[in-house]
Ligand binder design. Structure first.
Ligand code: KG4
Ligand code: ZN
Length: 350
């Protein structure tokens, strides 16, 4: 029997709502509708996300977006079987909005709630594409707050292979972009400017490239960009594109090489890239080229589902339900987990 899952995402600066229908065992759940409101414009004036403003805006947006999703899907609210929400990681106040609204809706409907791990949402987001991956695969999770390589054997079966010891790849993009005087969010801006520059113009470090493990470090890169920018002084404006291109090349090279190392270490032949940085064009080009040479398939979420959205939360909830590993709550109590390692929800760590 199929079930309708409403998913609410509010962990950071995007309010997302979506409706997904579960399928028969072995079938990928189906996205019926999703709606998104990005707060980027609101936070732009401050150069980054202002948590209190984020929470208030989620409150304003979440119910209108829910109404829009139900209308688009042609589904009445009382047909929803499970209300899922992002339980963490993320901004505490922002998470509480989604968790509170989801629990209130579920209580009114007398249906269970389900708290979803935001990174599991990203990890499973390629299942929303027309050509979904098959388990097992290596996942490169590259978001604003996380950079991890995981071995994924199934829904809820995640083993950490390596992760960043300091900044995330998205943070490296954002912080370098800020140093170059580009706006927030820096990733897309830096990558656009990089398209006009010469990636070989500046020699920047490739941290931990030869460390022999699958960990990352990006904090030193940001310092190197700062040093270059200071050295350039007045000449910075005309060299900005070159510095942006060199920065992007350094980040992408490390991500690609470490992903190849993870493939070699696990013997797996499939890669899934998820999280905001997965939208980066150079990363896609270089990873595709390197993997094609090795006969490895690479899967990405659709471009508009790389950054935060409700579809991935509803999808993760639906896949957990179908796999029989969902933890449903019927007491309408909720808590959020601003810090929440993904391994905590892995089957080997129930
Ligand atoms: O997954 P996401 O939407 O949010 C988190 O869960 O953190 O990722 C946002 C991150 C930001 O750091 C943003 O700069 C980066 O993804 N990003 C990009 C691109 N699009 C988004 N970085 C590089 N190139 C892009 N095209
Ligand atoms: Zn995210």
């Amino acid at each position: 029997m199929s079930e309708l899952i409403l998913g609410i995402e509010s962990s950071c600066d995007e309010t997302g709502v979506a409706l997904v229908r579960t399928g028969a065992p072995g079938q990928t759940p189906q996205l019926l509708a999703h709606a998104l409101h990005s707060q980027i414009e609101m936070h732009q004036a401050y150069g980054g996300v202002v948590p209190e403003l984020a929470s208030r805006d989620h409150i304003r947006r979440v119910l209108p977006l829910t109404g829009a999703v139900l209308r688009e899907a042609g589904v009445a609210l009382d047909q929803v079987n499970v209300v899922a929400y992002t339980r963490g990681p993320g901004l505490a106040g922002a998470l509480l909005v989604g968790a509170g609204v989801a629990s209130a809706l579920a209580a009114a409907l007398d249906r269970p709630t389900m708290g979803v791990h935001h990174l599991e949402g990203h990890l499973l987001s390629p299942f929303l594409s027309a050509d979904p991956p098959q388990f097992p695969f290596v996942a490169l999770l590259v978001s604003g707050g996380h950079t991890q390589l995981m071995r994924v054997d199934g829904v809820g079966r995640y083993a950490l292979l390596g992760e960043t010891i300091d900044d995330a790849a998205g943070e490296a993009f954002d912080k370098s972009a800020k140093l170059l005087g580009l706006g927030y969010p820096g990733g897309p801006a830096l990558s656009r400017l990089a398209g006009e520059g010469d990636a070989r113009a500046f020699k920047l470090p490739r941290p931990l490239l030869h460390s022999g493990d699958l960990d990352f470090s990006f904090a030193g890169l940001k310092t190197a960009v700062l040093t270059q920018a200071q050295r350039l002084g007045d000449a910075l404006p005309e060299r900005r594109a070159d510095l942006a291109a060199s920065t992007q090349a350094a980040i992408v090279e490390v991500l690609v090489k470490k992903t190849l190392a993870a493939l070699a270490a696990t013997g797996l032949q499939r890669v899934v890239v998820a999280g905001g940085v997965g939208a980066n064009r150079l990363l896609r080009e270089q990873l595709d080229a390197a993997c094609a040479q090795r006969g490895v398939r690479v899967h990405y979420p659709e471009l508009h589902l790389c950054t935060d959205n409700g579809a991935m939360i509803a999808m993760a909830a639906a896949m957990r339900l179908q796999a029989g590993v969902a933890q449903l709550r019927r007491d309408y109590a909720f808590d959020v987990k601003p810090r929440w390692p993904l391994e905590e929800i892995s089957a080997s760590n129930p």
